[in-house]
Design a protein around this ligand. Structure first.
Ligand code: NAD
Length: 345
């Protein structure tokens, strides 16, 4: 099939070439998908898209008019796709729900270790041959309480790793999996209680209308003072300006972030510093208790291979008219965060 692959990065190209073989013609495009670039898919049946490609009504209409009938997202999250509009236009949409929950969960743990033990700061100091340990004090993870928001594929792996550190792991999920929790020594608590007692809170929920800005000044005020916040999910789950205030007031002890609310035009490429005008990002980066990476939690060889293979399998199943395993569906109803304390066993 002819595939237009938008936002192609060097790190993924060879995995797609291997997975697709000679049977498909892939047009590797560096451009980010938007209404202005959609015409680059002309003549292709498939538009293969990445996390910051723009998949709103206007772009989808354009893709359709250029002959695209399948949108293949090479990501687990599909918050950037207007699923209802795609369905209305008769576009089929597939994604990669699971490629390596380990890649993301392990990265979240890496953020915790680095943020808590200030490894990134120490590395910069030692490179300057400065060996003072002042300001580098962390805390033992053992016996600390880790709060996990979202115990899906990634959250579950994360819980298991943190149990290995000797932590008490508590969790909140709007669809709790009690038998799994029981088997793995994880205790479900209400949202409010998880906020109040966690020394470290890690987010593993999708971005959708219920979770957009879920973490705002109100929620930060209910968190344990000095807690660390870890976000490897999506930037929009956190109200970034409120986070900066919570860090400035020392309500929160630090934030380890792999995603950023306004990352769309900035992440995944190098560009001259002068071309990036983002005062919120500047304030975030100036904060000494913030560790920010550029949406790389997924970036392992195993994950890239699985993303490419799953995407090509979906495309081939579509071509043969077979039933598709990983079709995007509109956000399920009822995933709202409860506001009153409730304990799940
Ligand atoms: P998943 O669908 O397996 O799990 C999500 C969990 O969140 C589910 O258990 C669901 O019930 C729960 N949930 C949904 N809405 C909720 C709400 N309002 N309140 C509480 N719980 C809620 O997803 P996953 O594979 O674990 O991935 C989680 C997120 O991680 C993805 O949506 C994606 O945004 C992000 N992600 C980031 C990277 C990265 O590189 N940084 C890579 C992959 C995925």
């Amino acid at each position: 099939m002819k595939i237009a692959m938008f936002s192609t990065h060097d790190f993924e190209r060879s995995f797609f070439e291997d997975a697709a073989g000679p049977g498909h013609e892939i047009r590797f495009l560096q451009s980010r998908l938007s209404p202005a670039t959609a015409e680059k898919a002309l003549g292709c049946k498939v538009a293969c898209c990445f996390v910051n490609d723009q998949l709103d009504v206007e772009t989808l209409e354009q893709l359709k008019s250029f002959g695209v009938s399948l949108i293949a997202l090479r990501s687990a999250g599909f918050n950037h796709l207007n699923v209802r509009a795609a369905h209305t236009l008769g576009l089929t949409c597939v994604y990669v729900p699971e490629y390596s929950p380990h890649a993301v969960a392990e990265f979240a743990v890496g953020l915790i270790l680095s943020l808590n033990r200030k490894i990134h700061t120490a590395h910069l100091r030692v490179r300057d041959l400065r060996f003072s340990l002042d300001g580098l004090v962390g805390f033992d993870l053992k016996d600390k309480t880790i709060g996990v928001i979202g115990t899906g594929r990634i959250g579950k792996v994360f819980c298991k790793i943190m149990r290995g550190f000797g932590c008490q792991v508590i969790a909140y999920d709007s669809y709790p999996d009690s038998s799994w929790a029981h088997a793995h020594g994880v205790e479900y608590r209400s949202f409010q209680e998880t906020l109040a007692v966690a020394d470290i809170l890690s987010l593993h929920i999708p971005l959708n209308p219920d979770t957009h800005h879920l973490f705002n000044s109100d929620v930060f005020s209910k968190m344990k003072s000095g807690a660390l916040l870890i976000n490897t999910s999506r930037g929009g789950i956190i109200h970034t300006e409120d986070l900066i205030q919570a860090l400035e007031s020392k309500k929160l002890g630090g934030a380890g972030l792999d995603v950023y609310e306004f990352e769309g035009p900035i992440f995944f490429r190098d560009q001259p510093r002068k071309d990036i005008y983002d005062p919120v990002l500047e304030r975030l980066l100036n904060h000494e208790t913030v560790l920010l990476t550029g949406h790389q939690a997924f970036l392992t060889k195993e994950a890239l291979r699985k993303i490419a293979e799953t995407t090509v399998q979906s495309i081939e199943a579509y071509e043969k008219g077979e039933s598709l395993e990983h079709v995007t569906v509109p956000i399920r109803e009822g995933g709202k965060i409860e506001t009153s304390p409730r304990r799940n066993s």
